[in-house]
Design a protein around this ligand. Structure first.
Ligand SMILES: *Cc1c(COP(=O)(O)O)cnc(C)c1O
Length: 364
């Protein structure tokens, strides 16, 4: 990415040291040690290309173990590709996808879902705290049933949501049931699926296939992998020829073992959930420290690894002036403070102290 394309987002950092961490995004973080070690392991000798290697087999098997079901697994380079190609695979061009107003597929993928699906339209639904509701879905389906309307085919929900909230198992089940009632497929954008599972303390199956999810875009990047997301089809019939779609979409990595190996490192011994739980805990601490600063308004319930706050412009500028990087336009606006697998308690406390100072509150 060119530096100019990002320039509306962030100011030029002030003083910064090579090990400094920020709250802009979990994709600002580096590679988790377990993912890194697996990459090094995979870097010995030769192995077959295009996913016909033992690492890719092992990673897919570990995903099947984690979900306790024989799902079909495909690795692609990023979340935009995972979402776009899987949605394209669920739709004909005259179909539509129901999603939330602030869904990443709508706001942050540059029209890729419509592009890869050859015109399938996203239909935007409102919903409190970034969540769809069964009633909202039904209303959208029944609003128009004539031939002039793009026929609803898929419900897409984001778990954890773009505003850092989490669908409970009951909420996912209710959406799954409503989708089934109207013959809709269920797609889950799980860029932060790990954070949701860690926060809920459930088995992954409880908020996916057992709740009616047909396909999950299972995020690895934001949880400490260097590159790569897994497209997981619980409904295996729907996976038919997805390998061709991924290849045509430029998403079949020839040295696939370097996409797959970090998954092996992360999925072993529940390490993926340990990293996600840590990020969640740091966000919880951030919430506790900043919510008590007078003038700071929390915008959404803190449930996963982010805290959304409304801050006065001078305070935002003061923090930018101290070299902190964070976004102020994600989701429904406000400032998003995103924690990562490697965020430390000291990072959080330093940020909160600078925020308190910026708000004119002496910190203890
Ligand atoms: C980060 C993210 C993605 C994936 O984005 P890419 O930059 O394409 O990898 C998808 N959905 C959500 C909700 C995200 O936050």
């Amino acid at each position: 990415m060119s530096s100019t394309s990002n320039s509306r987002i962030l100011p030029t950092p002030g003083e910064s040291s090579p090990v400094r961490r920020h709250f802009a995004s979990d994709n600002y973080a580096g590679i988790a040690p377990e993912a890194w070690a697996a990459l090094e392991d995979a870097n010995r000798g030769h192995a077959p290309a295009y996913g016909n290697d033992p690492w890719t087999q092992r990673a897919a098997d570990l995903i099947r173990d984690a979900f306790e079901t024989p799902c079909e697994v495909f690795f692609v380079f990023n979340g935009t590709a995972a979402n776009s190609l899987s949605l394209a695979h669920l739709c004909q061009s005259y179909h539509s996808v129901l999603c939330h107003d602030v869904a990443h597929i709508e706001k942050d993928e540059c029209g890729a879902p419509e592009f890869f699906a050859n015109g399938s339209k996203l239909l935007l639904l409102p919903g409190t705290n970034g969540k769809l509701t069964p009633a909202g879905i039904e209303e959208a389906v029944l609003r128009r049933t004539d031939i002039h309307y793009p026929k609803p085919r898929v419900v897409s929900l984001t778990q954890a949501t773009e505003v850092g909230t989490i669908y409970t198992p009951a909420e996912v089940r209710a959406i799954g049931a409503m989708a089934k009632k109207h013959g809709l497929r269920v797609h889950m954008d799980g860029a932060r699926f790990a954070n949701a599972v860690a926060a809920l303390g459930v088995a992954p199956r409880e908020i996916t296939w057992q709740a009616g999810v047909d396909v999950l875009c299972f995020g690895g990047t934001k949880n400490g992998i260097h590159v790569g997301e897994a497209v997981v089809f619980f409904n295996r019939d729907l996976a038919r020829e997805f390998d061709y779609r991924a290849k045509q979409g430029g998403q079949l990595c020839s040295k696939m073992r370097f996409v797959a190996a970090p998954w092996v490192g992360m999925l072993r011994d529940g390490i993926w959930l340990r990293h996600a739980a840590h990020a969640n805990a740091m966000a919880s601490l951030m919430h506790d420290l900043v919510s008590v600063i007078p003038g700071v308004k929390i915008l959404f319930p803190r449930e996963a690894n982010s805290v959304f706050v409304d801050l006065p412009k001078p305070a935002i500028n003061a923090l930018y002036g101290r070299g902190w990087l964070f976004y102020n336009f994600i989701g429904e606006g406000g400032c998003r403070l995103m924690c990562s697998w490697d965020t430390t308690e000291d990072d959080v406390r330093a940020f909160a102290a600078d925020l308190a100072a910026a708000m004119g509150t002496p910190s203890e």
